[in-house]
Ligand binder design. Sequence first.
Ligand code: AMP
Ligand code: GLY
Length: 421
Amino acid sequence: MKVLVIGNGAREHTLVWKIARSPLVDDVYAVPGNAGTGKLASNLDIPLTDISSIVGKARELGIGLAVVGPEAPLAAGITDLFNQTGIPVFGPSRAAARLESSKAFARDIMQRNDVPCASGKTFTSYSEAKKYIEAHDPPIVVKADGLAAGKGVTVAKTVDEALAALHSIMKDRAFGAAGDKVVIEECLLGKEVSLLAFSDGKNVIPMVPACDYKRVADDDQGPNTGGMGSYSPPGFFDQKMTGQVLKDIITPIVGAMAKEGSPYKGVLYTGLILTQQGPKVLEFNARFGDPETQVILPRLESDLVEIMLAALDGRLDRKKIEWGSDACVGVVMSSGGYPGTYRTDLPINISDRLEKDVNIFYAGAVKRDDGKIVTSGGRVLTLTATGSTLKEARERVYRNIQYVDFEGCHFRRDIAAREVT
Ligand code: AMP
Ligand code: GLY
């Protein structure tokens, strides 16, 4: 079978890496891909925004399974387009992806189904939203309704900060139409964890839990990024808690989506905060998480392609998934200056002393015509290592980070540190 992976981040490199190991797979393609996917797959030079050309190319190549990485093509309806051409595609429809592409939709379906989430309200009127903020004590969270490349959420410590965020979303239209609606909610306190699950529209199978780190610098200082590292499993989130989230959150949401005519097929990512009243939903994503995928898939022992095909056939109730007991830690190496401005086209040097089994999952990295792999984005790669404990995995990844280098590179030194000290 030929498999096409859509996207160009470290998440997609990890997907290609795992998919290429499946005995069911003959060839893997990535669109547009990066330097990492290019080692294992054929990269296709089509922009992610051109979904009809992507689907057209998939048909021409005889693709047997398409796997969608990022949210933008899902929200643009790439799954619906694949379905029209009869090419099996792993990823939710445009209507089902509203769980991510509209925070107002997600809030509404959670509230109607008694799924625990932050208290709050959705507004289409700037003045009503302003009144609501002024009537509530900070901290308070202001969110643009639509996709905003991870930048649409402000956890405001003061009323002024919340009002500034509201103004930027609704008046300055910083995120365009994504700011037609705004969600304002209470600030939840507690540890944050990501629980991803495979869904076939009716049945769900959870993955192992993971934690990601969003701030650029150690001790969660500095601005938010696309993610600076991750690890799995978090010691504070056991199987019983996974069972609870499945029962109270994921199963009711998947059931409600089916009942309301938008069955959810694909990966449902639930971002949670473990509050004193129990786990509450922060957000849903309609896809694999980045950088969570880089530490989750190395722990998956089962064939990912088999799981995806079972999900598409509505057969997940008969599927058993095996996970390894090893822990995994991933550290993102980013360009100096990210998430602000940064240089690109800097050669990435890998020493041959890098231990085998330490994985480099590339993101903003491309292969130049001269064969050299150079930086091309803010987050350049995720370095991951497994170990029999988180401590061992963490030591291994940091011991090896010296063997990967590019000018000005930056990484956090505290990924998974809270689990081992
Ligand atoms: P999101 O874009 O929805 O993933 O939100 C980005 C980040 O904002 C989350 O990972 C949380 O750290 C934080 N956040 C979002 N909603 C809340 C909330 N209600 N309370 C506290 N933190 C939040
Ligand atoms: N790790 C958060 C996300 O994938 O959106």
